[in-house]
Design a protein around this ligand. Structure first.
Ligand code: NAD
Ligand code: USQ
Length: 460
């Protein structure tokens, strides 16, 4: 069970590591996790259990050019898996459309895979293909490459972008839903027993709406007449993007039942951090870092704002509680999922891929106390609960050996160093939110949002 920790626990946690120290020595993991996994075995035995199930696999990574996909591809390659990245570079095109860019200068896909081969001696193939549109090519890829696993990251993933306009809403549905359907359909057409590992989101559950601990995918219910059942947790999306992840879950349920596809759906929390032990091995391997109001996620935005001397943009009261995970653990979780597929005929396996939950104003408080930058409560551009509790089970990953990194372990410095190095690339106009969930939110924001000039007057 991952529970909200009080701010009193958070503030003294100022530990200084340099990124190279962290990554060279292996990431520091807390001896006492905030999670409550079944303490049936020691951490080393639990790690061994995962390794026992491991063998080198051929893995197609859909969306492998993105923020999570790229470091995961490198991690899996480093572990000895044979990796093929598929990506249509739509994320890079959306940057062009929005007039912004990753804070870090990311290399082209061709240069990225060349650099990886130079530093690691391992080859990664890159295929430019649109999962939502190039169906015949996808089937052909599965027939010729015969992968053991497909990891599916290839979706439009920003809630604000999905709420920006009717264009954003329609694109998000038109990209994400057909992409997932094509993936399942192509596995059936290729007649291959390929395990699907999909990146879903904690947002499918809503945030704390079921009134207790959020279980992993399925919830025990009592139906009218006192009938006991265990069903998919009710979907309660907060954006068009989150709705596509709910639709994915229904499609996975169908393809598992109808075609016995082996599917693992990972309900991931907000990912933070930038680099991993693989991406720091060469400048050309650097991961993307989104800081803008649409794609930048909350903790990375606060860390970036703190490093630049810009007030931290807390939306509303900052009482929103969300789940978090470091990007290094994203990659580790995915390998654990790859190594532990469900058996043919088993229902869709669902894991909550989270390390801990925190309140937005508490994480802002942590960043403010480290940087001396003030928190700025700005009107909330989103239609969401001002305050919520969030209690999430993450037992399954912990029982399979995950010892998650938590926010208080010094990794803030890694992000801060990256921001310091590339802050000349920041466009201050991109820092304020640029998307409103509905007309009422837009009107309130228009009246009360501080100006760019006000926000950036003390920018370093
Ligand atoms: P990202 O936008 O950086 O990466 C997604 C990649 O998929 C991009 O490189 C994009 O070009 C590619 N893509 C999108 N549509 C495609 C298509 N039709 N065909 C081929 N390629 C396509 O996003 P990310 O942060 O790496 O997230 C990856 C996945 O993880 C998403 O599905 C997202 O929902 C999920 N997730 C992300 C976070 C987070 O905090 N970043 C948290 C929870 C879940
Ligand atoms: N927020 C602020 N200030 C900011 C930015 C955000 O207060 O400057 C608040 C938002 O209002 C929200 C919370 O922080 O309450 C989280 O926002 P976010 O943008 O960090 O995360 P979200 O929109 O939920 O989406 C991100 C990823 C998405 C993933 C999701 C996981 O972009 O792909 O699915 O996290 S989860 O939130 O667990 O569903």
């Amino acid at each position: 069970m991952v529970k909200l920790l009080g701010i009193a626990l958070l503030l003294p946690l100022v530990i200084s590591f340099s990124p190279s120290t962290i990554f060279n020595k292996g990431l520091t993991r807390s001896a006492v996790s905030t999670t409550n996994y079944s303490p049936v075995t020691s951490p080393s035995i639990r790690r061994g259990a995962t390794e026992l199930n491991a063998k080198n696999k051929k893995v197609v990574v859909l969306g492998g050019d993105g923020f999570c996909g790229w470091p995961t591809s490198l991690y899996l390659s480093d572990q000895g898996h044979d990796i093929i990245i598929v990506d249509n570079l739509s994320r890079r095109n959306i940057d062009n459309e929005l007039g912004c860019d990753s804070l870090t200068p990311i290399a082209s896909p061709a240069e990225r895979v060349r650099a990886w081969e130079e530093v690691s001696g391992k080859k990664i193939k890159f295929v430019n293909l649109d999962v939502a549109k190039d169906y015949a090519e996808l089937v052909e890829l599965f027939k010729t490459e015969k992968p053991d696993t497909v990891v599916h990251f290839a979706e439009q993933r920003a809630a604000p972008y999905s709420m920006k306009s009717s264009k954003g809403k329609r694109y998000t549905i038109d990209n994400n839903v057909p992409g997932t359907n094509n993936l399942c359909c192509a596995i059936v057409d290729a007649e291959r027993d390929i395990h699907v590992v999909h990146l879903g989101t904690m947002g499918v559950y809503g945030y704390g709406t079921s009134g207790g601990e959020i279980p992993e995918g399925y919830i025990d219910v009592t139906l009218p007449g006192g009938r006991e059942s265990n069903i998919l947790h009710p979907a309660y999306p907060g954006s068009v993007y989150h709705a596509t992840k709910c639709l994915d879950a229904i499609m996975f349920q169908f393809y598992q039942k109808n075609d016995q596809l082996r599917i693992t759906d990972l309900h991931q929390g907000i990912v933070w951090g930038t680099n991993t032990p693989q991406t720091i091995r060469d400048e050309r391997l650097i991961n993307r870092f989104d800081y803008d109001g649409d794609y930048g996620t909350v903790l990375n935005r606060f860390l970036m704002q703190g490093a630049m001397g810009v007030p931290l943009t807390v939306y509303g009261t900052g009482g929103q509680t969300r789940a978090f995970i470091h990007v290094t653990d994203t990659a580790r979780c995915i390998e654990i999922a790859i190594n532990n597929p469900p058996k043919k005929g088993d229902r869709v396996e669902i894991f909550n891929q989270v390390a801990e939950t925190r309140r937005v104003r508490d994480i802002a408080g942590m960043v403010a106390s480290r940087t001396g930058v003030e928190m700025k409560m700005v009107p909330n551009p989103r239609q969401e609960a001002a305050e919520n509790e969030l209690d999430v089970s993450n037992k399954k990953f912990c029982n399979l050996g995950l010892e998650p990194l938590t926010l208080d372990e010094g990794l803030f410095d890694e992000v801060t160093e990256v921001v310091q190095k590339y802050k000349h690339r920041c466009d201050p106009r991109m820092i304020l939110p640029a998307t409103y969930w509905n007309k009422a939110r837009a009107e309130e924001c228009e009246k009360k949002m501080p100006s760019v000039g006000e926000m950036t007057k003390d920018m370093k």
